[in-house]
Design a protein around this ligand. Structure first.
Ligand code: PLP
Length: 465
């Protein structure tokens, strides 16, 4: 029998095409144009080597077309560095916040070494992953306790689920625990995350009060019944209603004798525009304050809950906590990020808060230098520096305009240029407006200029060649 198998293997091996034959296929041409001939050849070799190994290992159907597999291999390096020249600081599509060097080092350390993630070094016994970052969060917010989960959407779901579980048994059969929310706060955060749907998912019944533009404390008070278990206050972070408006504050709601869950979204630690401060919500009596790790905070993707010990431990005990838990890389980055706030170096060490605060005069030299470099390589285009408006993004401070500067390219086909910049080795994302390509310098990180100049050079040369 082994002999038969061997013959089968030989046939399969013989049926594999030669590298040159694959490269001569018509479909190889566009791939070589996009990725370069050398990269395509290397990918084809790798695919054929892999097919050979698999045949020898007994695999009788070693994959689809070699070229298809090579193409997947080339385009499969999916997540890559991008230059954000949009001027949108918390650009959710471009990865939101950027970690500090210190946070990145902490991540590398946690990733490549063992750690005391769930190990108590003092006793030599089991510890809890939920203990990490807690002392820092208590110190920064004044809360009794804290819990870190995957993201703020997860923290909201878990907080509501914990409130509902806690109510079980205390309600008559068939009764659902109710959570009161203002109609002005039944928002969609983005990516299909809608407050009414999250409430339903948690098992709570939504009790809407007030009107879209006005909800008073009395509206909440009137709605409280025997099944009411909490009040949810949501910061409408990605839009603003102007004019005839009224809403009840966390401090007001805390007088009603029910737990108040405050989803503040962005979570300003130090004062930041009109964003609700986490420590204020804690001081004002919220039982739970929920916020994101990768918005204004400038840390990793995370959902942070701070508040009363009883409610934080109810969240920790809930089975969903395991499903939503933060991983060690997140915890390492978060501790390093929070450390910068505690030490008062957030506006030097953390790239994202620093971008928000950089004075516009400080951007001038950078913009002029970049414009000078681009004027040299962008033949066929006119280059200038113009005042521009940067934005917060990430569903934060929606109408807040941040003065900035942009290098603008015009006088040619800027749409085509923008397309080519996005296809560069290090893709550059700007914005096309008024027939000009705007590259905002507020969101540039160190050395991004080098990548921009290379991308523009490549784009312009590709055009003429
Ligand atoms: C952004 C936001 C969320 C969701 O936060 P993620 O960390 O992205 O899950 C929830 N609530 C509010 C008010 C927000 O602004």
């Amino acid at each position: 029998m082994p002999g038969v198998l061997e013959t089968g293997k030989k046939d399969l091996l013989r049926a594999l095409p030669a590298v040159d034959a694959v490269l001569r296929e018509p479909a190889a041409k566009p791939l070589a144009a996009r990725h370069g001939r050398a990269a395509l050849t290397a990918a084809v070799r790798a695919v054929l080597d892999d097919a050979r190994r698999r045949i020898l290992d007994g695999d009788e159907s070693p994959g689809a077309s070699v070229l298809e597999a090579a193409s997947l291999l080339l385009s499969g390096r999916g997540l890559k560095r991008v230059v954000n020249a949009t001027g949108v600081i918390l650009h959710t599509n471009l990865g939101r916040s950027v970690l500090s060097e210190r946070a990145a080092e902490a991540v590398a350390q946690a990733a490549t070494r063992y750690s005391n993630l769930e190990y108590d070094l003092a006793s030599g016994g089991r510890g809890s992953r939920y203990d990490h970052a807690v002392p820092l969060l208590r110190g920064l917010t004044g809360a009794e306790d804290a819990l870190v989960v995957n993201n703020c959407a997860g923290a909201t779901l878990l907080a509501l689920s914990a409130i509902v579980s806690d109510a079980d048994g205390s309600l008559p059969e068939d009764a659902k625990p109710e959570v009161i929310v203002s109609r002005g706060q039944l928002i969609e955060i983005g990516g299909g995350f809608r407050i009414p749907e999250v409430l339903e998912l948690s098992g709570a019944r939504l009790r809407e009060v007030g009107a879209t533009n006005r909800t008073r404390l009395a509206d909440y008070a009137k709605a409280i019944g025997e099944n009411t278990r909490a009040i949810l206050w949501v910061h409408p972070s990605n839009f603003e209603i102007q004019g005839f408006t009224e809403s009840a504050s966390v401090a007001d709601l805390s007088t009603l004798g029910l737990p108040v869950i405050a989803d503040v979204g962005s979570g300003a630690l130090p004062t930041f525009g009109d964003e609700p401060r986490v420590s204020d919500a804690v001081r004002d009596g919220a039982s739970l304050v929920l916020f994101s790790g990768d918005k204004l905070l400038g840390g990793p993707q995370a959902g942070i809950a701070v508040g009363a010990r009883t409610w934080i431990s109810a969240m920790r005990r809930h089975p969903l906590a395991r499903a939503l838990r933060a991983d060690k890389l997140c915890l390492a980055a978060l501790e390093a990020t929070l450390g910068a706030y505690l030490e008062g170096t957030a506006y030097e060490d953390l790239p994202t808060p620093t971008m928000f605060h950089a004075p516009v005069e400080g951007l001038r030299e950078r913009a002029d230098l970049l414009a000078g470099d681009l004027a040299r390589v962008a033949s066929g285009f006119e280059v200038d520096v113009s005042p521009s408006v940067a934005r917060s993004g990430g569903g934060t401070l929606p109408v807040h305009e941040i003065p900035s500067l942009a290098v603008r390219l015009g006088g040619g086909d800027v749409e085509a240029l923008a397309d080519r910049l996005r296809a560069a080795e290090v893709p550059v994302v700007g914005r096309v407006n008024d027939g000009l390509l705007w590259l905002d310098v507020r969101t540039l990180l160190s050395d991004d200029e080098v990548a921009i100049v290379a991308a523009v050079k490549e784009a312009v040369e590709g055009e003429s060649g």
